[in-house]
Design a protein around this ligand. Structure first.
Ligand code: ZN
Length: 409
């Protein structure tokens, strides 16, 4: 048994912090939690003194691409290095992500099931993974990557990471089944283009038809998978909400149609805005991407504010990968500094609400009796300065399922 003592606890529910808290961990689970004067330390338990620190639930990133390294074709087609080297680099990304306090990640495409198995076997350190494997889009859509010369990508070198292109309800149902066979625990699709899509296929361009989207959602739900849908604006965004996807990724123009945000609230659809990726898009890459990213910024922030106002569940996701793997808590910084969320709202979006988005709120996301002991202690107060979560030397303790992966106390 382990007793974590003395920290200020932010439990992930949005409730008031508990000063001088005690958390008792037995094996992989939390067995008691509360103010130190109300929680007994079991005799013989190892005491971890966290005085002066803040203790949080393990952080969750609901939109990452752990296996991606860049937007260029050499990267996208995985031609830039031997497969073995790429895999080892990805393993390093998994470790780095965990060591920054991220104990769970929902991967939005590009990571095969073997990484999850390796983490579960204890072969490599990494976050708990919810995998989409590949992103489903139609011909000409987000997953149909071509070179400017019109060339198609080489045949998949990794049979566990197939192309996500599918057209027509039957082929889409088959693609969902195939991805489930390959270990997908969530289904990722795109219903519009994106900021980084090719010229001529942008945020307002619809991808699937209604029949196709409905087939995708129905098949996924029948197989017990939630649907995370890349959707920025226009009729493709509306379609995603109408057919009942479980989360909207990006959602940059949700504010444009007055009934979209209320529809999300009513249907309980999660909103994963991914602010951090647009910082990159505004400042880097090709001109047409910069222009789209700059144009959507004000609407994106307005959409988030309006969503929060009517109780839409906003969730933290970075969309890291295409532009490298910086610290995932950069998303929380953007939520506070750009979107005007309170630090507590940002923390809940990456803990309690994020676990709810994963469908794992009975196990993860808050510090409560019976839940898995995924915990992070930071030397600082994220409620007064959210950026303390970006400093590696201040992440003093990272525990996943009761096991310590960082302990620099
Ligand atoms: Zn993404």
């Amino acid at each position: 048994m382990k007793v974590l003592k003395g920290a200020t606890l932010i439990d992930g529910t949005g409730g008031d912090p508990i000063p001088n808290a005690t958390v008792v961990v037995d094996g992989e689970r939390i067995v008691d939690v509360g103010a130190s004067d109300a929680v007994k330390s079991p005799p013989g338990a190892a005491v971890i003194d966290l005085s002066g620190m803040t203790l949080l639930p393990g952080l969750i990133d609901c939109h990452d691409h752990l296996g991606h390294t860049g937007y260029g074709l050499m990267d996208r087609w995985e031609l830039d290095a031997p497969a073995s080297l790429r895999h080892l680099r990805t393993a390093q990304v998994l470790q780095d992500t965990l060591e920054m306090g991220y104990t769970s990640v929902r991967d939005a495409g590009g990571l095969d099931h073997g990484f999850q198995l390796a983490v579960e076997e204890g072969l490599i350190p990494g976050p708990r993974l919810t995998l989409s494997v590949s992103l489903i889009s139609p011909t000409g859509g987000l997953s149909d990557v071509r070179s400017p010369s019109g060339h198609c990508c080489p045949p998949p070198m990794n049979l566990n990471l197939p192309s996500g292109v599918a057209d027509g309800p039957d082929a889409i149902r088959a693609k969902v089944r195939e991805l489930c066979r390959l270990g997908a625990t969530v289904i990722k699709c795109a219903s519009t283009g994106g900021a980084s899509s090719r010229p001529g296929h942008g945020p307002y361009d619809r991808e699937f038809t209604r029949e196709e989207m409905q087939a995708l959602v129905d098949e996924s739900h029948d197989l017990g998978r939630r649907v995370m849908c890349h959707a920025l604006g226009g009729s493709g965004l509306r379609l995603a909400l109408e057919v009942g996807v479980d989360s909207v990724e990006h959602g940059t123009y949700l504010n444009e149609d007055p009934d979209l945000i209320p529809m999300m609230a009513e249907k309980g659809i999660f909103y994963v805005p991914t602010l951090l990726v647009y910082v990159y898009h505004r400042e880097n890459v090709q001109d047409h991407v910069k222009e789209r990213a700059r144009k959507l910024h004000a609407d994106h922030l307005d959409s988030i504010r309006r969503a929060l106002d009517v109780g839409v569940k906003v969730v933290a996701g970075t969309d890291a990968g295409g532009w490298g793997h910086p610290d995932n808590a950069g998303e929380l910084k953007c939520m506070v500094e750009e979107a005007g969320m309170t630090p507590m709202q940002a923390l809940v979006s990456a803990t309690g609400t994020a676990a709810d988005c994963l469908g794992q709120s009975d196990e993860l996301g808050t510090v409560a009796k019976g839940k898995l002991a995924d915990l992070v202690a930071v030397d600082g107060d994220p409620l007064s300065d959210i950026t303390c979560l970006l400093e590696k030397k201040r992440i003093k303790l990272v525990m996943k399922g009761g096991q310590e992966f960082v302990n620099s106390l």
